[in-house]
Design a protein around this ligand. Sequence first.
Ligand code: TXA
Ligand code: MG
Length: 323
Amino acid sequence: MTEIGNDLEKAAGILIQGGLVAIPTETVYGLAGNALDDKVVSRIFEVKNRPSFNPLIIHVNGFRAIGSYVEQIPPLALKLAKEFWPGPLTLVLPKKSTISFLVTAGNEGAAFRVPRHPMTTKLLELLPFPLVAPSANPSGFLSPTTALHVAKQLGGKVDYILDGGPCSVGLESTIIGFDEKGNPLMYRQGGISEEEIESEAGIRPAPYNASVKAPGMLSSHYAPHTLVKIISKDQIRLVADGQKSGILAFDHFVDPGPGGKCLVLSPSGDLGEAARNFFGFLRNLDEEGLDQILTFEFPNKGLGRALNDRLSRAAANKTTSIP
Ligand code: TXA
Ligand code: MG
């Protein structure tokens, strides 16, 4: 099993030697390696069982660090970076040749983020290179929000797990790219809400339609092993009847029936708290050996949008039996 610890020097040493370290960020744990070494990058794809057409986010230690890696920065990107970095925002920017096409899966745009977790900030300071870090889970499954989640899913396959406690945001970063005019495009809803982006940018990001879809944008992703159904409250009796059901509820307890279990994400109805608990609670229900997990749509505002996005991907292709 892989060692879990908080030894930054050790983590840096492993990374410098071309190893892989799971790192805490404010969003989810990442599986990190040297972004400038293709051998390391290939191993990350292998360990995650990730399709090579799904590009990786490059984590840097502050805005200035991207100068060596991007051709130009649209004015709006600068504005968003100033407002939200360090934090759960990823920007897709035209890359220089210093970033390989392996990292970007052949795209001219590379994705950059300055994470906010103090441990990872210090780790990046110790390194002479940026880190690629996809979420530290096997491709397609739930993202890890604690070091233990990483150990359960990837233990033995990474060289060290840095334990920075539970993630404070709990959902992956929001990904924003730019069209030819420099206007924002929403690649992925995440830890910074669309409303926050719009208020800073002065314009609502248009949805990005990739011609080649990356898995984080595929309909089925972020999925537990148990069947997940999104239902409305009045379907509950119909759908739960005769089944051992897990219920992932937003702000109040819903009776799951005999042998079932209900977890409430935020009794006070706080979307931030719900986001923090989301992956962990889904994981918890997934480990109960239930017949199904029932969930309800979140209010479609703020972090609720990103939560609904993750929910629909966790449930994709599995909802056929809902009456
Ligand atoms: O919060 C996060 O972003 C976490 C933490 C660890 O930083 N990372 C993360 O990485 O969620 P991953 O690999 O699980 O998801 C990255 C998403 C994928 O959907 C990928 O397609 C997209 O970012 N992406 C990465 N590079 C891109 C690029 N050059 N152009 C477009 N999309 C890109
Ligand atoms: Mg992921």
